[in-house]
Design a protein around this ligand. Structure first.
Ligand code: SF4
Ligand code: SF4
Length: 339
């Protein structure tokens, strides 16, 4: 037997959580044809279907774009530092796509490697992720090429399957998920199934071989010539996590903050001396691919990509990671001659 919940009851639960002070986020239509993961004020804002996936990712609910780390003030000759309180509000991220949920356990070791990031860890502890298995995909999705699937459970505390009759099968996967839905579902003999496996493939060995053997290849520049360096790919990616730490204020007082950054920006590697080791966009694209498919898996064991396709979907020139990987595969098989 399975556990099911009607959409009406699910929305009632959402309103109940919000009423209890829980922060609830989920897909929300913010403009016609534009859906983002966003905080919900009430359950009517939750968008459950009619689109492939939100244009952003859920990382911002555990790793915000802008975060105050501490405050500072100069008192005559003393510098006074003020701590920031750690987040305390429980939150539920609802109807996340499996390719978003899977990014969180991939990011966990990064925020606990040489330093334990209390802000990130606290939000992770406070967050329950409820995914919605995918029933559709578009030309940019490739989760199956990186070991995931439309019903991949990694990173989910509970997973919903749309039964097509106004109800969802609820599969609780962790204690957090069980606690959230305890006593809220009904028994049924209906079983949900994801219906949307993308067909794209990537030969990860070929990508590795190119990364390791063709660092200086002029092909990096050639195949990424159209990149504008806008950073949209990184900001909407569930796994990209670069940041910059800056002081906002003046010598008398202010805040030390952490802001998202992106390796596609030309200033990302610029030194105070003026020297920039990555002067061309091709070098920056090489860094993005090498980091995701070489450096990160070597260090933490996971590819830094869940195949969500956001980087291409949101790219003003339809580049992003898959077209670059696909071109590399063609170069490696000789289908395209490297420059
Ligand atoms: S690949 Fe596309 S989204 Fe990424 S920096 Fe280049 S132009 Fe912008
Ligand atoms: S690199 Fe692109 S496809 Fe991979 S997780 Fe990031 S946005 Fe998604």
């Amino acid at each position: 037997m399975s556990a099911v919940i009607s959409q009406t009851e699910l929305r009632r639960l959402v309103d109940g959580w919000i009423g209890q002070g829980v922060q609830v986020a989920g897909p929300r239509q913010v403009k016609p044809d534009h859906v983002l993961y966003a905080l919900l004020n009430e359950s009517g804002q939750l968008a459950m279907d009619g689109f492939v996936r939100p244009a952003n990712s859920i990382k911002e609910f555990v790793y915000p774009r802008h975060e105050k780390l501490y405050g500072y003030r100069l008192n005559e000759k003393e510098i006074e530092l003020t701590d920031v309180e750690l987040p305390a509000k429980p939150q539920v991220v609802l109807a996340a796509r499996p390719c978003d949920a899977a990014a969180l356990p991939i990011l966990d070791p990064l925020f606990n490697w040489d330093f334990q990031d209390d802000f990130y860890n606290r939000r992770r502890e406070l967050t329950t992720v409820v995914t919605l298995a995918c029933n559709n995909h578009d030309a940019h999705c490739f989760c199956t090429a990186v070991g995931l699937a439309p019903d991949a459970e990694r990173g989910s505390d509970a997973m919903l399957f749309d039964l097509g009759d106004g109800s969802y099968e609820v599969r609780c996967l962790t204690d957090k998920g069980r606690k959230l839905f305890d006593g809220k579902t009904q028994s049924s003999d209906k079983v949900g199934q994801a219906k949307a496996a993308p067909k794209k493939t990537i030969d990860l060995e070929k990508i590795r071989s190119f990364i390791n053997g063709d660092f200086e290849s002029p092909y990096w520049q050639e195949l990424t010539l159209r990149c504008l360096g806008c950073g949209s790919c990184a900001f909407t990616c569930p796994t990209c996590h670069c940041f910059d730490i800056v002081d906002e204020g003046n010598a008398a007082g202010g805040e030390r903050v952490r802001n998202w950054d992106a390796c596609q920006f030309c200033l990302f590697t610029k030194h105070a001396s003026g020297h920039n080791p990555r002067t061309a966009q091709g070098q920056r694209q090489r860094q993005r691919v090498t980091h995701k498919f070489g450096i990160y898996p070597d260090k933490f064991g996971d590819i830094l990509c869940t195949g969500c396709g956001n980087c291409t979907r949101n790219c003003p020139v339809s580049l992003g990671i898959f077209p670059v990987l696909d071109s590399i595969q063609k170069v490696e098989t000789g289908a395209v001659e490297a420059a």
